[in-house]
Design a protein around this ligand. Structure first.
Ligand code: BDR
Ligand code: CA
Length: 314
């Protein structure tokens, strides 16, 4: 059933650990209807990402059907760079979860993005949690896309430190040309960058224990799929794990979670030898702003949405 106050989400994802948590948060939110999930090449083998999304949807057991569309299997120009060392070979902490019954739809994700945007005319929120390949191609086909969608939330880029190189964040590094196209397309775009995620999107060991003690299917799923990420982030010296996509999703669900936002002009480096995928932010510029960058967020409110979703997954 679609209630009037519901936000309609299309979630574009390279489904692995934090993408799966983000999906669950949206699927369990009373304020959101997930109209479609589209898969893009990124974190792990493409077919595995599709299975991870389908499994998460089955686990969420929403009271409506959530179609999954397969999208681009590689970045526009570059060879794909995956992130198995962060998420595990299967992208889900090496849990090797069973195959879900639901299968992907026949339509290509790029066509699906255009179709949903046209159907819901300025009502659709797109939440992009992976490299921006599908979206960039959708814009190339349908030039009106930025006007057709209500808003676009992007997890990507970094206004500070990078995570894959000193200056670049993974999603923008993997497909910098796609990121450049999307940022240059006049969307109503909110950017959740890596710097925000390490400052406000870390689940600390004490919070992990709180989640573990819920003893729901959701909390068991959480503990399983975060196994490799936990080790990975511990080795990096963090006092917990970063859930970048989950933080982005919490802000898409409740924009008030981002407590300080600034409109800025952002462009993406595609030529540099050391700076591939770097987000270059103009703090003072005569160029028109193209992104609302989130600089501060409320960690507790983010955590509440995550825990609520895991508690409700029974
Ligand atoms: C991003 O990279 C991926 O590994 C995560 O899923 C997230 O979208 C963080 O840089
Ligand atoms: Ca992702």
């Amino acid at each position: 059933m679609v209630r009037d106050f519901m936000k309609r989400f299309l979630i574009d994802t390279d489904t692995a650990t934090d993408d799966a948590l983000a999906l669950l948060m949206a699927l369990k939110s009373k304020e959101v209807k997930v109209e479609a999930v589209t898969i893009v090449a990124g974190n792990v083998k493409f077919e595995q990402e599709v299975e991870n999304a389908l499994y998460t949807i089955e686990l969420a057991n929403a009271d409506y059907y959530v179609p999954v569309y397969e999208g681009c299997k590689k970045p526009i120009l570059r060879d794909l760079v995956t992130a198995e060392e962060v998420h595990g070979k299967d992208g889900m902490g090496e849990s090797y979860l069973p195959k879900a019954k639901q299968r992907p739809e026949k339509m290509h994700a790029v066509n699906a993005i255009i179709r949903y945007a046209r159907e819901f005319q300025r009502e659709l929120t797109i939440v992009a949690l992976g490299p921006l390949t599908n979206l960039a191609l959708a814009i190339t086909i349908e030039r009106e896309l930025p006007k057709l969608v209500k808003e676009l939330y992007v997890m990507g880029g970094s206004v500070g430190k990078g995570n894959i190189t000193p200056v670049a964040e993974y999603n923008f590094y993997v497909d910098p040309e796609a990121a450049k196209i999307v940022l240059g397309s006049k969307f109503n775009l909110t950017l959740i960058d890596w710097e925000l995620c390490i400052n406000y999107g870390v689940i600390k060991d004490k919070e992990y224990e709180e989640i573990k003690s819920l003893k729901t299917k959701g909390s068991e799923f959480y503990c399983k799929i975060t196994r490799v990420l936990r080790e990975h982030d511990r080795k990096k010296g963090l006092e917990g794990m970063v859930h970048a996509d989950a933080l982005a999703m919490s802000i898409a669900i409740n924009p008030g979670i981002a407590e300080r936002k600034e409109l800025r002009y952002v462009d993406i480096e595609t030529q540099g030898e050391l700076t591939r995928g770097m987000s270059v932010v103009a703090h003072i510029s005569n160029r028109e702003a193209n992104a609302l960058i989130c600089y501060e967020a409320n960690h507790d409110k983010f955590k509440d949405i995550l825990i609520d979703a895991l508690r409700k997954t029974i």
